[in-house]
Design a protein around this ligand. Sequence first.
Ligand SMILES: *Cc1c(COP(=O)(O)O)cnc(C)c1O
Length: 369
Amino acid sequence: MPRPIFATVHPAALGHNLARVRAATPDARVWAIVKANAYGHGIERVFDALRSADGFALLDLAEAQRLRALDWRGPILLLEGCFEARDLELCSRLGLWHAIHCNEQIDMLAAHKTQLPHRVFLKMNTGMNRLGFTPERFRAAWIRLNALPQVEEISLMQHFPDADGPKGISAHLRAFDAVTHDLPGERTLSNSAAMLRHGRELAGRSDWVRPGIVLYGSAPDFPEHSAQDWDLKPTMTLSSRIIGMQHLLAGDTVGYGSSFVAEGPLRIGVVACGYADGYPRHCITGTPVLVNGVKTRMVGRVSMDMITVDLSPVPGAGMGSEVTLWGCASTGAVLPIDDVARSAGTVGYELMCAVAPRVPFMPLAGTLG
Ligand SMILES: *Cc1c(COP(=O)(O)O)cnc(C)c1O
């Protein structure tokens, strides 16, 4: 028998979350962000549930090829654009739209031989200072691109650093507007947080929105809001089973470093799941976990292949009992991935992206589960 850990993707939840995006921005077209292998879910596993999106955005050319192999003929956007000149050949061949964030990418495009001119998304850096042209240099880049025969259409793109927090988006929006107000072209501004939190300020401003994490059922601004507050459903479950039991007495300890000390008699379940499966090693004693759908806590340190859980709230649990590390238990109980992420000092994004290759995914039931 294989080790009893596995992950499940929930297509119906993906469909629900996409509908939430549509309701939040009814006038914008939707790029479903499927970078990082669809936030760890697997592009092929989410494709059917998300194919009613208007386009898919990602940054790895091999992932773009996988989308075309699924027979997706609609728009695909490379969010970081091309990394080297020959990537442009693939863009021409597969009809990929690509970001332009630096002069080197314009140089490559100017030297590219193509029959079909490209659709490009010129990126402005309004203060995030990762990719993009500063407001001062943006128009010069636009004019250069606009003169190239390799360019069919220029759209304008921007990314907010603080859409999930108190600083908000106003300063960045002003910087973007000041430079672009008289430029033609479609606009794409919003990630999940901007879409959910700043819908009013952004109303009518976006031709395209770029939701990622909301599609996967995690709150972009947790803990201020939970996934439930935003009416999002979990799209991934990580499950395992109890493979060992221990009965502790007061003063007994568990695991490496003997960091957890029992205060009294305690039943402990040993779960087939560790950091080599992608469960964060930073999780501390008290991290929530479901056993038979009942909430309890992890105790002691996370090891490579195992964690240990307190079975006191689940007297019926024993060898083989179902353990839900995040997502949905068979009882229907939900453990939000954000709650687990918080115990590891990180965000839901990182957990879903980090499920290890050794964890098998359950095949999808039917096409739209
Ligand atoms: C990843 C990414 C997004 C999606 O961000 P979420 O917070 O997951 O919604 C949007 N735009 C760009 C440029 C990105 O890289």
